[in-house]
Design a protein. Structure first.
Length: 325
């Protein structure tokens, strides 16, 4: 066997390593550094809480830190635009939901991204209804009371988690369908809105149920109606909009994990599998139930199909209602 000069031997070893590396599937070493999940709303809301629950578990599954970065504003489209324009390498993701995907982009004159083709929608995490709620001091005890007060006073203020948020959109649809004169009061997230609701600075708020159950249990806030197709297990005594003869006001907030368009298939598949493994963990299902979220594990293809359906239905609805940021 011929003796190789050390320099030539080293070169051949490097070449062999390169060939072996090239033979590996694309992104086989992913992830090899921390992953960021952008939340399109401030800390404390339903998206933020869910993102932090998932981040903790995904870090264990993937073997790398998963950090949450809040980028609120413009109906979730600021954070959405950042993710859509990011490198499709699996290191920048978004806790997607109904607002930045199916609502917010359609409230702007120029859409900052295509909510269907501008992303790879990786995993469906679950869905939660909204709740129309009132401060205890307002004296409102039912949805019928809300309509009566709005008609008697000539107007009624309602708060939401921000301009273009799902609560804002639902309030605008409620106005359009019922003819009530309701004035939108935007907040930077659900936490400051709940503070003002409890203080009766505003009489009514509309938001995803997640953060408000403790206030209902303590009696500080009064749930008037839920916007899901069925009653929420967290509010079994609260009627739905269907029961209140307003089927066009049924609206749920879906939650998912999305990345930029053209995310490598193997990365999307691995993320989807990791998310689905987390969603069936008993302790996580218990946590999601406490948040009012019903877990819904799906394949990547099924989730992308669901998103397209949501956009096709809700986008035109927002435009027809003339809702603008």
């Amino acid at each position: 066997m011929p003796h190789l000069h050390p320099t030539r031997r080293g070169a051949l070893q490097i070449l062999a390593a390169g060939v072996a590396s090239a033979a590996l599937p694309a992104f086989a070493q992913w992830p090899d550094r921390s992953i960021k999940i952008i939340v399109t709303f401030p800390p404390g809301g339903s998206s933020d809480v869910l993102a932090r629950v998932m981040a903790e578990q995904l870090a264990k599954k993937l073997g790398q830190p998963v950090v949450v970065d809040n980028k609120p504003g413009a109906g979730g489209t600021i954070g959405g635009a950042q993710v859509s324009s990011s490198t499709a390498d699996g290191y920048t993701l978004m806790l997607s939901n109904t607002t930045p995907i199916a609502l917010g982009p359609f409230t702007l004159d120029k859409q900052p991204y295509d909510p269907v083709t501008g992303f790879t929608h990786v995993a469906y995490l679950g869905a939660a209804p909204l709740v129309i709620m009132a401060s205890k001091q307002s004296g409102l005890k039912s949805y019928a009371d809300l309509e009566a007060m709005a008609r008697k006073e000539g107007h009624l203020d309602f708060g939401s988690g921000g301009p273009g948020s799902i609560g804002h959109i639902h309030g605008e649809l409620l106005k359009k369908i019922t003819g009530l004169n309701m004035v939108h009061v935007p907040y930077r997230g659900g936490a400051p809105m709940s503070t003002d609701l409890i203080a009766n600075t505003i009489p009514v708020g509309i938001d995803v149920i997640t953060s408000y159950v403790p206030f209902f249990k303590s009696g500080q806030l009064v749930p008037l109606a839920a916007t899901g197709a069925q009653r929420s297990p967290l509010m079994p005594d609260v009627p739905t909009m269907v029961e209140l003869h307003q089927p066009k006001l049924v609206l749920e907030n879906f939650f998912g994990l999305s990345g930029p368009a053209k995310l490598p298939t193997d990365v999307a598949t691995r993320l989807n599998a990791a998310c689905n493994e987390v969603l069936v963990m008993p302790e996580i299902q218990k946590k999601l139930t406490e948040l009012g979220i019903v877990a819904k594990p799906e394949s990547v293809a099924a989730f992308n199909g669901f998103v397209k359906e949501q956009v096709d239905v809700l986008g035109p609805t927002v435009k027809a209602a003339g809702i603008k940021l």
